[in-house]
Ligand binder design. Sequence first.
Ligand SMILES: C[S@@+](CC[C@H](N)C(=O)[O-])C[C@H]1O[C@@H](n2cnc3c(N)ncnc32)[C@H](O)[C@@H]1O
Length: 310
Amino acid sequence: MTALKNTAIRLAALLILQTPWLETSHSQVPANPAFSEEISKQESIYQSKGEQVPEGYSIDRSLADYTHALPSEFDSALAKLGPQERWLDIGAGTGQAILDYYTPDYDLTHREGWERRGRKAQAVAISIEDRRTPRWLQDAASLGAGKIEYLFNRRLREYSLDELGQFQVITDVIGGFSYTDDLSQFVEKVLGFLDLYGSFFTLLQDVRSEDGTNRPHYAGAPFLTEIANAEGSEVRVCAWLKSITCVQVSCEFKASWKPPIEIFRIRKVCNDVAVPALVPLHYVAGTPPERRFQLRNPTPASPGRTSATP
Ligand SMILES: C[S@@+](CC[C@H](N)C(=O)[O-])C[C@H]1O[C@@H](n2cnc3c(N)ncnc32)[C@H](O)[C@@H]1O
């Protein structure tokens, strides 16, 4: 089945199945897509304004939406952050989740950690395009210098550790983790920005679950994010994340979501992080894009499979 046909199926299903929260549609997909052409189409989605913004490109999810979607530990990890600690939201859109964190309502509903939190953690939003609203500008001015920051015009991979520093909590809700064309470099950067014992909370739509029992959400279409090993066999995203050194990973599949999502908590437990490198094989622009990656290096043979050496 061609990519074009897949997209037609996805779009048809989208009309019936899409909830206001989720997004799975593709922009225009050529029959024989060239990688760079798809990247430039993706760029025009990022830069879209007003009525040009594709229907599936959700940019203003609330903190309640984040809490509902992400692993349950996210809510308390954020509530426990003190005023000297930091939260990075990658792919923040309008930054609504950060604005919600700074409301009095947040404190009323998060009594635990209130005293410790005090004036709250510093929060940094990153987005490729500038989606700041008048409310963001107003809140940023009234909260005082550096309390909330909105960085744009660059992808995560273009920031250095010196520029951004480290964070105790990092989130990505259908941001760079779902959109990047270089997944291993993206995760490597995230883990570099994560403080020791800090956690990265994120999710992916329509992927093979850890236990491998689900099929792609749209019949005839591939999963939205796929990984193969160097020999071409499937590697589940959760298994790839668990193969990273110095992290503890938990994966939870939410089959009842439409499309289903897999949610991840990645906790950094030592500093010698090594992320198995992936090569991008396939990228079709969309909201989010359809991506396939392959492990650069062959899977090390297990002791049982190698011939014995003296
Ligand atoms: C669909 S919006 C999601 C916005 C927000 N998280 C929400 O749920 O409402 C995607 C966001 O991810 C950002 N993004 C995509 N790839 C990125 C990358 N590699 N680095 C930083 N931001 C990225 C886009 O610029 C945009 O802000």
